[in-house]
Design a protein around this ligand. Sequence first.
Ligand code: ZN
Length: 310
Amino acid sequence: MPVKNNQLRHPILTLDLNFMGINRTIAAYLIPHSNGGILIECGPGSTIGALQEGLKQHGFTTDDITDVFLTHIHLDHAGAAGWLARKGAMIHVHPVGAPHLLYPEKLLASAGRIYGELMDTLWGEFLPVPQTQLFTHEDGEDIEVSDLILCAIDTPGHANHHFAYILEDTCFSGDIAGVRLPGLPHLRLPMPPPEFHLEKWRNSLKKLSQVEFDQIATTHFGIYTDAKWHLSRAHRALDEVERWMEQVMPADLPVETLQEEFVRWARYTSQQDGLDDDLINSYETTNPSWMSAHGIYRYWKKVLNRQPEG
Ligand SMILES: [Zn+2]
């Protein structure tokens, strides 16, 4: 684990990838070091232009990026990794995700089933990463890049191929600490199929609670200095989802009805936190509730294997 020392803190530059023309939806983080810079997350292929623009604003080009650390391989986090590898970057990823970066066909086929004709518009090109530029790590491993030391923490629950990274006093949480929009005391959990797993998620949050850091950098979206509060709200959000599941799922509703129910409930919980319609829509754009409804449905049926009541 890297030694915490605020005096040695490297600057963390937030790049807004302006996904689908909407700001503050997907972030990549640039951290300069003595021989260039690293990225944590790189966004999808469709936002490479915005990534280049963001780097330029800080005096960087893609050629300066020595390493890219992916929290996981979902397209909104990792889609541009192969392209950055072509520019010379080393790509760091969870061992479970690595085969999909080498051979993306299966990953793209499964995303294609969800997004259909929108695949290209949403995600752009997904190039494979060559084996020689792909690095996997173990849980708790310290990774040195120039004068930076990052620690990878295995954090399943959103996906089995998920790492959080600790750098100095910051936790880069990917999707495991939920989605939160700047300035708001409200967060939501993205629970997509096929790997959403409530118990694994809870354990991952417990694990992160035992690590020392002051701020949390979520990919969707931004850096929050109230890390303890943020994590406790993520815990609470999981508890709420669990209660909702226990109440609604035993009725064995068709997935379409379930989807409507969940969207309605997500809306209600947002209103309880004081969000207006515009803000609720922003959360829905960043983290669609219908997607989470499908993840919950699958978890209940395939993982918990719970039978309908009556
Ligand atoms: Zn994800």
